[in-house]
Design a protein around this ligand. Structure first.
Ligand code: SR1
Ligand code: MG
Length: 410
């Protein structure tokens, strides 16, 4: 019988089960497969496929031509980029990404390890659970996956070939609009402002010309600074965790960009968890413990990143100008400033942009949510405007800690 999967179409659960039976060797001989669509993101369709007779399972991530809402045409090249990135990252940072079983370019399906024993970090943080490995694993992931594609490390011809291979214009455009533009122009059709903060956001984000200029500079860097092959969307919904395992997934936004975009995105998402805990937990030892762990994770992620980055860079640099004393430290300082900027950008866009986060939208009391947003915006503005002063973990912690402790003068 001829396969139905020779031409791309939007797959249903039944299609995914049939596709898996034909395509994936781990289901060889299965009499029947069950598929359920479990995606809760904005872009792709995620099917969990199970053989009910032996419990063997896999995830099939399927790309349609546009977003799930149909409002944006993306093409399907992002599925190739994601499949290739997961394989590459798996080689560079073993154990820190899901295993890829298969990539089908026609149906734009990447089939991978089912990590149902893991949980999405964002929801674990909303539940105020802590993960002792997180700072070590994320700093490892960042350094191990990004240092090899730096200019001073990689062969320059190979690097430019890779820049071409991972040009990702449609997905970068989403970030350029949602992160670097819309939260600072305030067009009602492209922003979602929580009504109690309408006046505050108009003044602090849409109307702050100094801030807008700094964001414009950061946007230019995002569009031009092909430092390394970055993940491109490293928020807490792109990380699976258990107590003793961390897996970074969803690198469909990957491209050659500024390393700080990833580190800053991660820090910004820890700030959401902190604001949620400060608002919803009630004061006491449980809250102190959780916020203490968040603060410690911010500090350790940055400081471990710095230490590991310098060590791996110095061990792998090939360009003789990259070996000039002071170069690695200069590069690292710039990267940390970019990270602070990216943390601020991620915070602002999740508060007033079209893609918001449950850590904040889930705060039921309107006054507490409004206050949490104002704390976050104050921290975000300092991350962006004073980014050059963020050179170590403590600086990142101080910014969010002081914003949280400051009187709310609104
Ligand atoms: C239309 S996509 C909205 C957001 O979801 C992704 O995970 C990215 O963060 C993007 O900005
Ligand atoms: Mg995503």
């Amino acid at each position: 019988m001829m396969s139905r999967f020779y031409r791309h179409f939007r797959m249903t659960e039944a299609d995914a089960a049939e596709f898996a039976a034909q395509r994936l060797t781990l289901f060889a001989g299965a009499r029947r497969l069950e598929a359920k669509e479990i995606g809760d993101g904005n872009i792709n369709y995620i099917f969990r496929v199970v053989n009910p007779e032996n419990g063997v399972s896999a995830i099939i991530k399927h790309a349609d031509l546009g977003t799930r809402s149909g409002t944006r045409i993306l093409g399907v090249d992002r599925s190739r980029i994601e499949a290739e990135l997961l394989k590459l990252e798996g080689e560079l940072a073993p154990g820190l990404v899901p295993r890829v079983y298969d990539y089908d370019p026609v149906m734009a399906c990447r089939s991978m390890e089912d990590l149902s024993d893991h949980r999405i970090l964002r929801y674990e943080l909303i539940g105020h659970r802590t993960f002792p490995r997180l700072a070590g694993d994320i700093s490892d992931f960042l350094v191990k996956t990004m240092v090899p594609t730096l200019d001073m490390v990689m062969d320059p011809i190979e690097k430019k070939e890779l820049v071409k291979r991972y040009i990702n214009p449609r997905l970068c455009q989403i970030t350029e609009q949602l992160v670097y533009t819309e939260p600072y122009t305030g067009k009602p059709e492209r922003t979602r402002v929580f009504p109690p903060n309408a006046e505050f956001m108009t003044k602090e984000l849409f109307g702050d010309e100094e801030l807008r200029l700094e964001v414009a500079k950061l946007k230019y860097s995002f569009m031009n600074d092909a430092q390394a092959l970055i993940h491109g969307d490293l928020h807490s919904g792109s990380i699976f965790v258990t107590r003793d395992s961390t897996k970074v997934f969803d690198p469909e936004f990957a491209y050659f960009g500024p390393i700080g975009y990833d580190l800053g995105n991660f820090v910004g998402n820890l700030c959401f968890a902190r604001a949620n805990a400060q608002t919803t937990m009630g004061t006491g030892p449980a809250q102190d413990g959780f916020i203490g762990w968040i603060d410690e994770t911010i500090v350790s992620t940055v400081d471990l990143f710095k230490r590991k980055f310098l060590a791996q860079f110095k061990a792998s640099v090939r360009d003789e100008m990259g070996m000039v004393p002071g170069y690695a430290e200069w590069f690292l300082d710039g990267l940390l400033a970019d990270s602070a900027g990216a943390a601020g950008l991620e915070i602002n866009r999740r508060l007033v942009g079209v893609a918001q986060v449950k850590d904040i939208t889930g705060i039921a009391d309107p006054e507490l949510r409004a206050r949490a947003e104002r704390v976050l915006v104050r921290a975000a503005k300092r991350y962006i405007k004073a980014r050059a002063g963020h050179v170590k973990g403590e600086d990142f912690r101080t910014t969010i800690e002081e914003a949280a402790a400051a009187p709310d003068s609104h």
